[in-house]
Design a binder for this molecule. Structure first.
Ligand code: HEM
Length: 344
């Protein structure tokens, strides 16, 4: 059942992706440019570009007649506003946030070092993640990382990459990033929704989370109680879900602009999309560090599906007690206890 489900998930995702590339808007037919509010049929004719831009800077907007969109704004002063917000505060503060996130991870790694299993490994394993939970996790993780990298190239590539690799190479990288971003977007939406349903129940906040906060989690030594996920993980989960939904809705609007009738929605979508991404990426960096090399014994839970008993006691004691009780109850009466490190 699980394997079939994983195949359906991948198939759905891979079918959704190409659609977004196959079904873009058809090319525009012969456009007519006229001042906004100009009587039908009047056009700018051969008014010079300089005059056109002088009028734009004076705040005038210009119309484009298009058979599919009816009348759409081609040149509008709000566009200048949008550009100054996107290339201004969003890029500046968002960029700083990403760098601060990276800096915080490096600082934590240097100051705290690897969080070891204090009691050492017991060799006894506890099941933590099913094949389905792991498949969903790595599907979402892979697509998220590809979207984050291609998104950062779209937003910052011209400042960071272009001076280094030059215009023609950057052109190729930027267009690959854009195409890849359009393809991975729908995959992420599918994965995120499945992850929401598969993970939500264990991410509901509980009383023990308050104690975890008071103890500052056990990242700085000491012990903090936790069920399957601690307060930090739950907060990360809901941050991924919330920003993920915002990224999905704004992403769909940008990928299918025909869904809206004014440029305003698309301009706001790009700003909100970039802001949501620049909020979650720094936190994901922390998760990736802790989940890979930062916490001894964590990664095997998401790769092999089981964790060491002592790891579970130290990081998720309330969950470990419950699982070990259930395992003991399932064990047939008088059955010999498996030797430490014995295969399942
Ligand atoms: C290479 C990158 C990544 C690694 C090595 C990694 C590793 C891990 C590990 C080891 C766990 C289990 C932690 C535990 O047992 O409590 C985990 C859980 C999780 N990871 Fe990742 N992860 C990565 C990327 C991501 C990304 C990009 C996302 C989301 C966009 C993500 C979302 C989650 C979620 C939601 C959980 C479950 C925790 C919860 O639901 O509270 N992971 N990850």
């Amino acid at each position: 059942m699980t394997r079939t489900f994983v195949w359906i998930l991948l198939l759905a995702g891979f079918l959704a992706g190409p659609l977004s590339v196959i079904a873009p808007l058809p090319p525009l037919a012969s456009p007519v440019i006229a001042a906004e509010g100009a009587p039908p049929g009047e056009s700018l004719g051969n008014e010079s570009d300089a005059d056109l831009w002088r009028r734009v800077r004076r705040g005038e907007s210009f119309m484009l007649s298009d058979p599919r969109l009816g009348a759409a704004v081609l040149v509008q002063s709000e566009g200048e506003e949008w550009r100054s917000i996107r290339n201004g505060p969003v890029s500046r503060y968002g960029g700083i946030l990403v760098l601060v996130g990276l800096g915080a991870v490096i600082l934590f790694a240097l100051l705290r070092g690897k969080v070891k299993i204090e009691g050492g490994r017991t060799g006894r394993r506890i099941p933590r993640f099913t094949m389905l939970e792991r498949s969903i996790h790595w599907f979402v993780a892979a697509v998220f990382i590809l979207l984050a990298i291609s998104g950062l190239i779209i937003l910052f590539g011209r400042y960071i990459l272009l001076p280094v690799i030059g215009p023609s190479a950057f052109g190729a990288v930027a267009s690959a990033a854009m195409q890849g971003h359009n393809l991975f977007g729908p995959l992420f939406i599918v994965g995120l929704l499945v992850m929401l349903f598969a993970y939500a129940l264990d991410n509901i906040f509980q009383a023990a989370d308050a104690k975890w906060i008071i103890k500052g989690g056990n990242l700085f030594g000491g012990h903090a109680p936790s069920w399957k996920y601690n307060f930090g993980e739950k907060t990360y989960f809901w941050l991924v879900v919330m920003t993920g939904l915002v990224l999905s809705v704004t992403g769909i609007l940008m990928e299918f602009p025909g869904l809206v009738d004014t440029m305003w929605y698309l301009q706001v979508s790009t700003i909100v999309h970039a802001t949501a991404a620049l909020l979650v990426i720094p936190v994901a960096m922390g998760h990736i560090y802790l989940g890979s090399i930062g916490v001894e014994g964590a990664l095997e839970g998401m790769t092999e599906g089981t964790v060491d008993e002592n790891w579970a006691r130290e990081h998720h004691d309330l969950w470990a007690e419950k699982v070990m009780r259930e395992m003991a109850e399932d064990e047939p009466k008088g059955a010999a206890k498996p030797a430490p490190g014995a295969a399942e």
